[in-house]
Design a protein around this ligand. Structure first.
Ligand code: SF4
Length: 240
């Protein structure tokens, strides 16, 4: 199968490595029916242009009947990479980006949006800032554009928080993960549970496992730690 990728590529010249990677991804998605494709390419190859071209080709040439919205989510692990996407494709491809309120510098309040909103709690409704936050907020506009754009880039932590809380980020046909080798650690850091030997042995009186390996430890949590913890919680809460 041949794919006319040049018309979807964002620049005049396409490098051989880029062309190979794009064709490989398309072949596996469209012909071999794969759901996931991993591309390993060195620094300077131009990986973001690869993702963008695959996205554009798929949206023009592949009609999927499942319950997925149009467009592509692009995820980066670093906010600096997110900014680079917008520098490269914000104007030309109308790619849109959003960050958390804490990372959004608000020109209107002179601080980040999170602090701006906290200040608002103590301000009068007649304040100029109040009107700006409610009716003219640039951050709300930015978020809306991010949700409506076909090509939307966010950092991992923002994306995970929003998908698990607001529910406005819906699955799309394609998800492009930049620096995907970090996915496992980002996901496991998102929900963390700390278990200390002191707490286990001294407070809830359960013996620490003799050998701590990932498999052993999970087994121990399920069979020893969690049941004991639960009984202690029930015991301590009961008098109230
Ligand atoms: S105007 Fe918008 S971005 Fe600025 S502090 Fe208010 S809510 Fe946040």
């Amino acid at each position: 199968m041949s794919y006319d990728i040049k018309k979807y590529f964002p620049y005049a010249q396409i490098r051989e490595q880029q062309s190979l990677a794009i064709l490989y991804a398309l072949q596996n998605f469209l012909k071999n029916d794969k759901r996931f494709v991993i591309i390993e390419a060195g620094t300077g190859v131009g990986k973001s242009a690869i993702g963008l071209t695959v996205s554009k080709y798929i949206h023009d040439n592949y009609h999927y009947n499942g319950d997925y919205g149009n467009g592509t989510w692009y995820l980066t692990t670093q906010k600096i990479l997110q900014d680079q996407y917008i520098k490269d494709f914000g104007q030309s491809e109308k790619m849109r980006s959003v960050k958390s309120a804490k990372n959004h510098a608000c020109t209107s309040s002179g601080t980040n949006c999170k602090e701006g909103q906290m200040m608002l709690r103590n301000s009068d409704k007649k304040d100029n800032q109040w009107r700006k936050c409610i009716f003219e907020c640039p951050y709300k506009k930015e978020k809306q554009e991010f949700l409506e754009s076909w090509d939307s880039v966010a950092n991992f932590s923002y994306f995970l928080t929003e998908t698990n809380s607001s529910g406005k980020i819906k699955p799309r046909k394609l998800l492009v993960i930049d620096e995907a080798h970090n996915t496992e650690s980002v996901l496991s850091n998102f929900v963390e549970m700390g278990i200390s030997q002191y707490f286990a042995e001294k407070i809830i009186k359960v013996k620490w496992p003799a050998k701590v390996t990932p498999v052993n430890f999970v087994k121990w949590v399920l069979t020893d730690y969690y049941p004991k913890l639960q009984s202690q919680i029930l015991f301590r809460v009961a008098p109230f």
